[in-house]
Design a protein around this ligand. Structure first.
Ligand code: AHR
Length: 501
């Protein structure tokens, strides 16, 4: 019953490393405290950016970082965030708690962060409350190599050479916090703003349009019909369309979410599993609409915000979206990454929200302390898939049923790396039952298998500043080579990553 069938010989699609991308917004303690502590901080830092966080994120090979929002992006005026820090104006971060934003982390600091992380920048421009000129000048400031008022300004601020910047978002959630637009109206704005966000020299922008909220298929249909034509003039084409989908218990009218991140019963576990698995339907249905207009799959489907969204930790600011991260989050990460891998022909970037101290974070900080979460470990265990070639996989799984829900217990994806190793990741969403999976592997005869497993004795297990290693991967001895491939004993509520060579 629990069987995987895969043929290494038919592997052809690259799993874009950017599927393992991240998103960091000026929200709560993500940018400030999470990354930026300032040059005079007693917390070890390089030019104001904390070293422990950078080192942890380098280990999971963060390929791309989206910034400055989120809803913040459509209220952000980039010129406030350049020049001597003590002279930068303050603003109110109206969307995220009405707190004062001192603009000490701006364009130069973001590119420095990306250089320290060795990742690609993905900048989201302001369509909701910004002008075409403002967006156009930001791109010119960052990427133009010639003489112009914007390049003079950049040089005056200490940066002689332009930066390389490929990924550029033309607005964020323009159906909601980014301007409450209709798709018809936004499609026209996308064409206009996208045009004046110019390609300078050899810096070719990869323009990403705001996509749908969850299952709003009309948005995708309209965007593809009105702005998805890859043959329109250079500089106007859409390279990616970015949908957003969060896994949560229930959304309240004020936008906050119900349900504790750490205190839930088995119904709360399976509810979240089933909502995370809905990503597969979303990717398929949006992809099918895109296929109609773009059968060659030139336009990427990007999921530039995803992850779990629970009620904030008790006693924390309601708009800072600080939540803990348990084995439940780890399973959400695993099944989502399997879905993205398995749709790598259309999905070429995703950005989990939001890296540090916000929503489904990789890293949590408390003053000078830092811990990594179970979700971080999943990104680490899955990192072998980055830029490997997808091995199409057929997954036959028993159902896990509880409280009226029914979901497949086993999720999996596979790839083959340049070095010829087969990378197989799988998870067992059933918190009550270990499951033996037979993998029929064609096109490769393995001689050795090794791997790691992430599991814990309770669904609520998580890392705290007192016990930062309560949940961490262990060496896995539950996989054996067979005549047909592999037999894998996947422990209950666990994530397994195998290398077969
Ligand atoms: O990630 C938190 C918020 O969720 C983002 O700012 C916004 O784009 C989305 O609604």
């Amino acid at each position: 019953m629990n069987e995987l069938t895969l043929d290494v010989k038919i592997a052809k699609t690259t799993i874009d490393r950017n599927i393992y991308g991240h998103f960091s917004e000026h929200l709560g303690r993500c940018i400030y405290e999470g990354y930026w502590v300032g040059e005079d901080s007693s917390i070890p830092n390089v030019r104001g950016i904390r070293t422990d966080v950078v080192e942890a994120l380098r280990k999971i090979k963060v390929p791309v970082m989206r910034w400055p929002g989120g809803c913040f992006a459509d209220e952000y005026h980039w010129m406030d965030g350049i020049g001597p820090r003590e002279q930068r104006p303050t603003m109110i971060n109206t969307h995220w708690g009405g707190v004062v934003e001192n603009n000490h982390f701006g364009t130069h600091e973001f590119f420095d962060l990306c250089e320290q992380l060795d990742c690609e920048p993905y900048i989201c421009g302001n369509v909701g409350s910004g002008t075409v000129q403002e967006m156009s000048q930001w791109v010119e400031y960052m990427t133009f190599d010639g003489k112009s008022p914007m390049t003079d300004l950049r040089k005056k601020n200490g940066r002689e050479e332009p930066w390389k910047m490929k990924y550029f978002g033309v607005g964020n959630e323009n159906w909601g916090c980014g301007g409450r637009m209709t798709p018809e109206y936004y499609a026209d704005l996308y064409r206009r703003y996208g045009l004046y966000a110019r390609d300078y020299g050899d810096n070719k922008l990869y323009r990403i349009a705001c996509g749908a909220s969850g299952a709003d298929y009309h948005w995708t249909e309209t965007m593809m019909a009105k702005a998805g034509d890859a043959r329109i003039m250079r500089g106007q084409q859409m390279d990616g369309l970015a949908i957003h989908y969060y896994t949560s218990v229930n959304r309240l009218p004020d936008g906050s979410r119900e349900g504790s991140a750490t205190e839930f019963d088995e119904a709360g576990w399976i509810d979240i599993m089933s909502k995370a698995l809905f990503m597969d339907e979303l990717v398929r249905k949006h992809g099918t609409i895109m296929d109609k207009y773009d059968p060659d799959k030139k336009v990427a489907l990007i999921v530039d915000e995803w992850g779990t969204w629970f009620a904030v930790e008790p006693g924390t600011h309601p708009r800072f979206l600080y939540q803990q991260n348990t084995m439940r989050d780890a399973l959400v990460a695993a099944v989502s990454l399997d879905i993205f891998n398995n749709h790598a022909d259309r999905v070429r970037m995703t950005n989990i929200a939001q890296t540090v101290n916000v929503l489904q974070a990789m890293v949590l900080t408390q003053n000078e302390k830092m811990l990594v979460t179970p979700s971080y470990h999943v990104f680490d265990m899955y990192s072998a898939h980055q830029d490997a070639t997808l091995v199409p996989i057929d997954v036959q799984s028993e159902q896990y049923e509880h409280a009226g829900y029914s979901v497949p217990a086993i999720s999996a994806s596979a790839s083959v790396g340049a070095e010829g190793k087969l990378h197989l990741t799988l998870s067992n969403a059933n918190p009550n039952k270990d499951i033996t999976v037979k993998a029929f592997v064609r096109g490769m005869k393995g001689s050795k298998v090794e791997g790691r497993v992430l599991h814990a004795s309770t669904m609520h297990a998580h890392n705290t500043f007192e016990k930062p290693d309560a949940v961490k991967p262990q060496a896995f001895g539950g996989a054996t080579l067979t005549a047909e491939g592999l037999e894998i004993n996947v422990p209950k509520m666990s994530v397994v990553a195998l290398d077969v060579m």
